[in-house]
Design a protein around this ligand. Structure first.
Ligand code: 5RP
Length: 230
């Protein structure tokens, strides 16, 4: 339904940062349907030749592989010049929620390791409030801690829900062999503080909260071919 808007923000981001992307030695690429348009455009323009590409998931690795590009993963790529990824919710403080595609661990690793972080989205992901509230926060958890973490999160006042995959009603498995808990809550005012609080629970690997210190630019497309840069 919003495919043309996903394409619009992707192409706008590529045009806006074309020199920096062309000059980059290591380009980080995220996961999801929006980022696929960004990849398609990079391929169309022949911009992935002579460049090291590091990805935030095996899904993106596989997509690039099918196009003849052998990408790196965070295990053999410690830094990136630029990282481009999608997002699930962004508020007025530029705090972000990511991880609907269960790729949040590598995504945060790449955001931390990159010099310039650019996110692309359509307007349905924008929350004009100062706090986060629209989407559950995905939390990656080691399997043997899942019910312990659910108990601890419940005591903290959240509603944690184990994410179920398509196969056999079992939990979905991340690229790291872990499970995902989706955190339902009323409002998150301080994304950094909540991220730190949740990561103190033993068994939590990472959260999908990307506080604004991990965000440099956000390119958002709106109906009517409007694009805003935050
Ligand atoms: C994957 C992510 C994605 O970037 C996010 O879910 C956005 O995906 P899409 O562009 O398909 O809406 O965080 O873990």
């Amino acid at each position: 339904m919003y495919e043309y808007l996903k394409k619009l923000s992707s192409i706008y981001a590529l045009r806006m940062f074309i020199d920096k992307i062309r000059d980059s030695k290591v380009l980080g690429i995220g996961t999801g349907s929006t980022v696929k348009y960004f990849i398609d455009e990079l391929i169309r323009l022949g911009m992935l030749k002579d460049k090291k590409v590091v990805v935030s998931s095996y899904a993106t690795h596989n997509y690039l592989y099918k196009h003849g590009i052998d990408a790196y993963t965070p295990i053999n790529c410690n830094y990136a010049d630029i990282y481009v990824d999608g997002l699930d919710e962004i508020n007025a403080n530029l705090d972000i929620i990511k991880g609907r595609g269960a790729a949040l661990l590598w995504e945060k690793q790449l955001a931390i390791r990159s010099k310039l972080r650019i996110y692309i989205a359509d307007y349905t992901k924008v929350n004009p409030e100062q706090y986060l509230y629209m989407k559950p926060v995905p939390i990656e958890v080691v399997p043997n801690a899942v019910y312990y973490v659910i108990e601890k999160l419940t005591i903290l006042g959240y509603k944690p829900v184990l994410r179920i995959g398509k196969m056999k009603d079992g939990p979905i498995i991340t690229d790291n062999g872990n499970f995902i808990i989706d955190l339902v809550y009323e409002k998150i005012q301080n994304a950094k503080q909540v991220d730190e609080e949740i990561k103190k629970i033993n068994g939590v690997v990472e959260t999908g909260l990307f506080p604004n210190n991990l965000v440099d630019y956000v390119i958002v497309s709106y109906p009517g071919n409007i694009v805003k840069v935050y």
